[in-house]
Write a protein that binds this ligand. Structure first.
Ligand code: DOR
Length: 434
């Protein structure tokens, strides 16, 4: 394996506090050395030959830990016309992600060791780290718990029925107890189906515009409040996925203040857009939970700033053009997000003045790695060589032709976004290069 020497870059690492010019030498998938200056010639001599060392000039670039996305839908097995593990991993690498956690709403669902092994083995053939959650219930039906011990043993990193809210309280409680025992996170799609008329579109301005019932904010509030109550005293690490309402953010804030092990994810679309985007883009901005109001978007940003919401996760949800061409209430919910997540963060959080780039990296790498117990999200000697090079000065129009994902269901095509991933290194090898 070739060694890589990254020279002249500006290294930021929220975990170890690195923040300055440093060179980094990578070998055998690990970071061998970090220092003010590492001499390329000396390294060449040591590796015996020019060809065994690649020197990357990172002058003017930020060098950060590879991003970690704990919420992606790679649709494999079962829906590979939308995405597969190979194309999903390519999109991830292009977006600067070196570790991703697949959701379990595949077909078959990841409710058995066989399916989990299929996913993890295929993931190993890609250039990044592909992890997966196991299902909470068999077939995502919400009725019968999976063999969570076996799934944990086989390598699941968490549990979720994301895509389908878990309605039955006794099932949720049992699953929480099991996850506490296993010391694994359980993540929740918080939408109470009993109050939703049409999912994916906010009840309010957007639903009125389309003349449909839509999905009220109360759907999310009910379920977050319920799950906080159910988790009380259990010590389970719970993860509230794709939070969309200001009330939801406040519930998580209060639960966190009470000492509960509660985490939350915000998607780039929920901190960037409101229901106006649904009115403008229709099915391309239809997702569960829906885009809501400006006050919600601002509350989500405030939640990210004070780390009530400790993770940015994309909910990368590819669908085919044919599916998204259906009428609004019949089209599936979800948008792709891996290739726009970092630029949206730089544009709408960092450049907009809400946070530093270091904080953005913390939310997109260090924190999610910690919640899911992944050896990732930091830059240190002896640690994994999962590193990205970012040019924060470049602005680019996001174009359909350049998308690495199989799908292009996103309202961001044509938008000018700031920040570009120039190189993604994972396990010491170049996984993507601009
Ligand atoms: O919009 C969504 N799409 N939200 C989810 O939680 C699931 C996802 C999907 O699987 O398409």
């Amino acid at each position: 394996m070739k060694k890589i020497l990254i020279k002249n870059g500006y290294v930021i690492d929220p975990k170890t506090g690195k923040d300055g010019h440093k060179d980094i030498l990578i070998s055998d998938g690990k970071i061998e050395k970090i220092s003010e200056s590492i001499d390329a010639d000396a390294c060449r001599k040591e590796v015996k030959g020019k060809n065994n060392l690649r020197v990357v000039d990172a002058e003017g670039l930020l060098v950060a830990p590879g991003l970690v996305d704990v919420h992606v839908h790679f649709r494999d097995p079962g829906f590979t016309e939308k995405e597969d593990i190979y194309t999903g991993a390519k999109a991830a690498a292009k977006g600067g992600f070196t570790s991703v956690v697949m959701m379990a709403n595949t077909k078959p669902a990841i409710d058995s060791v066989d399916t989990l092994e299929y996913v993890l083995n295929k993931g190993k053939e890609t250039a990044i780290n592909v992890y997966a959650c196991g299902n909470v219930t068999m077939g995502l039906k919400g009725e019968e718990l999976t063999d969570m011990d076996a799934l944990a043993q086989a390598g699941a990193v968490g549990f979720t029925d994301d895509g389908i809210p878990l309605v039955k309280e006794d099932i949720v409680k049992k699953a929480m107890e099991k996850c506490a025992q296993l010391d694994m996170p359980i993540s929740f799609h918080e939408e109470d189906p009993s109050v939703i008329e049409n999912n994916g579109i906010n009840r309010g301005k957007a639903s009125e515009f389309f003349g449909i019932g839509g999905s009220p904010r109360q759907a999310e509030i009910n379920m977050i409040a319920r799950d906080i109550k159910l988790a009380e005293g259990l010590g389970t690490s719970i993860d509230i996925q794709h939070i969309s309402t200001k009330e939801g953010v406040q519930l998580v804030r209060e639960a966190k203040a009470s000492g509960m092990s509660i985490h939350a994810e915000a998607t780039p679309h929920h901190f960037s857009l409101t229901e106006e985007a649904a009115i403008e883009h229709g099915t391309l901005a239809k997702m569960n939970p829906p885009l809501r109001e400006e006050a919600d978007r601002r509350a989500i940003i405030a939640g990210l700033v004070d780390e009530t919401i400790d993770m940015i996760a994309t909910d990368h949800a590819p669908h085919t053009a044919e599916e998204k061409a259906r009428e609004l209430t019949k089209a599936p919910s979800g948008i792709i997000g891996l290739e726009t997540a970092l630029p949206l963060g730089i544009t709408n959080l960092v450049d907009a003045g809400y946070m530093t780039i270091n904080k953005l990296i913390k939310l997109m790498s260090t924190n999610p790695a910690a919640v899911y117990h992944l050896d990732a999200g930091y830059i240190a000697e002896g640690g994994p060589a999962d590193i990205i090079l970012i040019d924060t000065r470049v602005s680019e129009i996001y174009e359909k032709e350049n998308i690495a994902s199989k799908a292009c269901n996103t309202p961001f095509i044509g938008c000018e976004l700031k920040g570009k991933v120039m190189m993604t290194i994972c396990r010491g090898e170049v996984a993507y290069e601009a």
